[in-house]
Structure formats: C-alpha cells, structure tokens
Design a protein around this ligand. Structure first.
Ligand SMILES: Cc1cc2nc3c(=O)[nH]c(=O)nc-3n(C[C@H](O)[C@H](O)[C@H](O)COP(=O)(O)OP(=O)(O)OC[C@H]3O[C@@H](n4cnc5c(N)ncnc54)[C@H](O)[C@@H]3O)c2cc1C
Ligand code: FES
Length: 516
C-alpha cells in the first residue's frame, strides 16, 4: 500500500492558496518542494503537516479531521494537526509539521516547525526509577516507545523470550508471507533505536516468576530483576492441536518471525498446503500462499469462515473471495491426523499436503500473572487505567481484560492496534498520568486486494444492517443490539469507518477533541 509517486502532487502550498477556498473542517493535499503536505482548516486556524501516514503511507487527506487531529483512513492512526505527533497507534513516528502564514487573502506554508519531541518537558522527578516491561510485542514496544517519547529518564528494561526484536506482527501473514514485502519492513525499529533510547532490550529472556510484594521478577537463568512499575504484555500463543502428526516438520503455526521464516522456507518447494482454521490469520495465510502459487485447502469446523465475528453475509463473501482465488474449503470438518503426505479429516477425506499451517486460534499467555496471584478472568483483569489487582503492575494487549466503556462489558480482544494503544496508555499511567483506556477497539484484516475494517466490539447482535453492495466490495455492516450500533465492518468505506469510530468515542466522552 503506497501512494502513486506519479500522481498529481496538488497545489504548491509554498505559493499559497486562497484561504476562502478551504472551508472550515476541510483538508487539502498539496506539496512544498518535494514534500507532500496536508493543509487543514479549523475555524480561522490553518495547519500544515506531512500528508502521508508514517505507518504505511496512508493518504491523510482521505482521512477524518476530529478537532485538531486527523485520523488515517487505512488503520485509524491519529496525528496532531498542531505538532504532527502520532497521538495514537498504529503510527508511532510523527509527521513533519509546517508553519503557516496568512497574507493578502492567501494561506502560505512556510518552513518546517520544531519536532514535538524537541519542545516536550521532561517527565517529573517523581517518576519511578525502574520500569520493566515483560513482552517485546505490540503492547510492550508501544509502551517503551511512549515512555521515552514522554522523556521518562529512568531505567527501562524490556524482556522478551522471542529471539527477534519487536516486529510488525500483522505483516507476518500478509505481504511478508506472500513474498511482496522485504524482510527489512518487519522490525518496528532498527536495532540502534534501542541503544539510542537507552531501552535495555533483552531477547531470548524468559520471565518465570513474579513476586509483587518484593516487586521482583525471576528470569529463566535464576537471576532476579527489581522494578518500581511493571507492564505485563506477554501476548498470546497459538492453540496446539492434539492430533497425530502435529509435530511433523512440515506442520507450522504462525506467531513469530521465526515461524514466518520457517513457512516461507517450506513454501519454496511446497505444492499443496492445508490451512487448518478459517480464522483471520488462517485465511490471510491461505491468501498469501495462493499468491505464491501454492494449491491451498482450508479445513475448519465452522459452517462459514469468520461468521462468529462478521456474520453470515460477510462470511459468505470471504468464502467466495477465496474460492475465486482458487482456495478449496472443507468446512464443517476437522483434521484427525497428519502424515508426511496428507491430512486426514474426521469426515473421511484425505487431502494431499506437503505444507500444513495450523491457525486455530490463540490463547493468552497468563502463566506469569496466574503464578503471581493476580486477579484473572479469562485474561488478566485490569481497571480502567490498565492496572492489575497488584498496585504498580499493569497489563496490556492480548492478555488484558479491561472495562470497555463502549460495550459496558469487561472485554479482551486480540487486535494489534488495541494492544499498541493499551501499551501507550499503560506507559502514561506508569508515569502517574491516570488516563482511562477508552479507545474504541479497531482491527483490520487483508485478503488479496480486499481490506476489512472493523470498529467497536460485538460479541453478539440481534441485527446486522447492511448498507451497499458486499459482492461489489463497497459496503458497511452495522452490528446492532436493541437498535444500538455496537460495531461496524466496512469494505472500501474508510470515511464511514472513521466517522463511526468518532461517533462511538463521542458517546463516551462527548466533549473530547479526539486527543487521548
Ligand atoms: C500472523 C498474525 C497476523 C495478525 N494480523 C493482525 C491484523 O491484521 N490486525 C490485527 O488487529 N491484529 C492482528 N494480529 C494480532 C496482533 O498481532 C496481536 O493482537 C498483538 O500482537 C498483541 O500484542 P501483545 O503485545 O499483546 O502480544 P505479542 O505481540 O504477542 O507480544 C508478546 C511478547 O511477550 C513475549 N513473552 C511472552 N511471555 C513471556 C515471558 N514469560 N517472558 C518473556 N517474554 C515473554 C513474547 O515473546 C512476545 O515478545 C495478528 C497476529 C498474528 C500472529
Ligand atoms: S497507513 Fe495510516 S494507520 Fe496504517
């Protein structure tokens, strides 16, 4: 996903545009020299910031202005129009910010302004001395990055039992696996980031014990590590099927960079793959393997793919989409055994396969929290500030069950953006900010050229109101209970998805500007 470099660059904003040509609340994409610049108007104020999102170059001019922020149309990152700061994940890096001037009826974009980081005050002296993060994934990385962004100057240790530094995990089942993205896209930051930011990232380091009274962790080598504030962000791990053949070398699951590399290595010679599970990850894997020209069979117990989350109509669409790309479904069935040549199903079918990917769901990694005696309820129970039952210990990401003000229920989700945003909120709260986590849940899933965006959270509904044409890939589906919209899924309707998110935010914080 990138903008076409040959596309019209829009007006030269250094020459200025008529102020009256930009209505209140409107945005315009133009350029200053070679830089793509977004000009936005709010009342009598004009803002100019970089026009491309720093996540995957989404065109901000196609996004939504909310107060003095702009939301990216693709995965809902949020930038400050005043400073360019990436206020909400998935974007973590700021866009440039430019100064503007009004002269003779025109608004003119002048030079670049100072970065938000350069003008930020240091975190207070009362900040904790030692912060430890367990987990080098979405939540852990976003927390560490935010702590340093907030100019937290104390000791910061990030422990991960993975052997790779934090990576863009969603990409592992998409462009990376399809072979359309080089591996250097994957790290969330280059290695020297951790040294420069004084983040003591310790890979291949497993945490085996937590003593919340002593405020101390025990590491796999028996050593101890003290903390003043702790963030648990241990994520989830793939569910393991207990069937004969599951340990064969051509059978894989997908969570880590190492898993992705192993599947790619096997895919180089594989001709027929069986994907077990018609979940988001399973079907993204199916799409990526089809892009590599491999024959793909999907085996799943469901009647329709993704029906439990997206409902029957979108489930049928997803099935047809994959079938159009040559995927063969074996639904309402499960595997009973795997051998070197084939997968046998309970229904009796035998499917030849020299590659098997198991994507039957994940379970949160709760062992540490359980051992420490933290309150657990199908996840680590946290309060609105993401603090666990042990003072000073926070939890974020796939393990955290938090009181979601939108659904009114305590929920746990497995979404990249939610994990990152929780990491960011936890970082602020570890520094004493007392920020409630009230972001609207958001996820996206990519299948070939179709991206499904989903805002809100609906575990059940009594009606799905469909607007537009699902087969024509131009639709929104509203998941409603008692007439209230709990969630909205959309295809190629980014503006509506953003507006629904903003409306859900207003229900909880009517006076908010969009700034967290
Ligand atoms: C292939 C794939 C594709 C995905 N695509 C999407 C998508 O398109 N959209 C979306 O919204 N979501 C997607 N997700 C889900 C998303 O990646 C997760 O929700 C997110 O990564 C959760 O972040 P986290 O920080 O909670 O956990 P993780 O990112 O899993 O990180 C957990 C970290 O904790 C470490 N750890 C765990 N236990 C210990 C321990 N005891 N000691 C030391 N370290 C430990 C792990 O090594 C890891 O570094 C995808 C997931 C996968 C696997
Ligand atoms: S491209 Fe902007 S949020 Fe992903």
């Amino acid at each position: 996903m990138s903008t076409d470099p040959s596309a019209d660059k829009g007006p030269d904003l250094a020459q200025g545009v008529a102020a009256e040509s930009l209505a209140d609340g409107a945005m315009l994409s133009g350029h200053v020299g070679d830089d793509a610049v977004l000009l936005a108007r709010r009342g009598d104020e004009f803002f100019a910031i970089g026009a491309e999102c720093t996540h995957y170059h989404g065109p901000l001019a196609d996004g939504l202005m909310v107060g003095d922020t702009v939301r990216c149309p693709w995965h809902h990152a949020c930038f400050s129009l005043r400073t360019g700061e990436a206020l909400r994940a998935p974007a973590l890096a700021p866009v440039d910010c430019w100064t503007t001037e009004r002269r003779e009826g025109k608004v003119i974009v002048l030079g670049k302004a100072a970065s938000p980081q350069a003008t930020r005050a240091a975190s207070p002296a009362a900040a904790p001395q030692k912060i430890v993060i367990v987990g080098g994934g979405a939540a852990g990385f976003a927390a560490a990055e935010m702590l340093r962004r907030l100019r937290y100057a104390g000791s910061l240790v990030m422990l991960s039992d993975d052997d790779a530094p934090p990576v863009d995990r969603p990409n592992l089942s998409k462009d990376s696996l399809a072979g359309s993205a080089p591996e250097d896209w994957l790290p969330l930051r280059a290695d020297d980031f951790y040294t420069e930011q004084a983040i003591d990232l310790r890979l291949k380091t497993r945490v085996v014990g937590l003593d919340t009274r002593a405020r101390e962790l025990e590491l796999g080598d028996g050593s101890k590590l003290a903390y003043d504030r702790l963030l648990l962000a241990t994520g989830a791990e793939p569910v393991r099927l207990d069937i004969p053949g599951i340990d064969l070398p051509h059978v894989h699951s997908l969570r880590t960079l190492a898993d992705c590399r192993a599947i790619i290595a096997r895919a180089a010679t594989a001709r027929r793959a069986v994907v077990m599970g018609a979940s988001f990850i399973g079907l993204e894997v199916a799409a990526s393997l089809r892009t590599r020209g491999i024959e793909v069979h999907v085996v799943a117990p469901d009647k329709r793919p993704m029906e439990r989350v997206l409902g029957p109509a979108l489930g049928d669409f997803v099935r047809r989409l994959h079938e159009e790309h040559g995927v063969v479904f074996h639904l309402d069935d499960t595997a009973s055994a795997i051998d070197a040549q084939q997968v046998t199903l309970h229904g009796g079918a035998r499917i030849a396969a020299d590659l098997v990917v198991v994507g039957v769901g994940v379970r949160p990694r709760l062992a540490l929290a359980e051992q420490a005696g933290l309150a657990i309820d199908r996840g680590v129970t946290v309060d609105a500030y993401l603090e666990t039952s042990a003072p000073g210990v926070f939890a974020a990401g796939d393990i955290a069950r938090w009181p979601d003000p939108h659904s009114g229920a305590a929920i746990r989700v497995e979404h990249w953006v939610v994990a990152q945003r929780q990491g960011q909120t936890a970082a602020r709260n570890m520094l004493g900010h007392r920020e409630r986590f009230n972001a609207v849940p958001f996820f996206w899933s990519q299948h070939y050229d179709v991206q499904i965006n989903y805002v809100g959270h609906a575990e059940s509904w009594d009606e799905i109101a469909i607007d537009g044409d699902i087969a024509g890939r131009d639709c929104t589906l509203r998941y409603q209970r008692g007439g209230r919209v709990l969630a909205l899924a959309s295809i190629y309707r980014d503006a509506e998805s953003l507006m629904a998110e903003a409306a859900m935010e207003r229900e909880v914080a009517p006076a908010g500007t969009g700034e967290p």
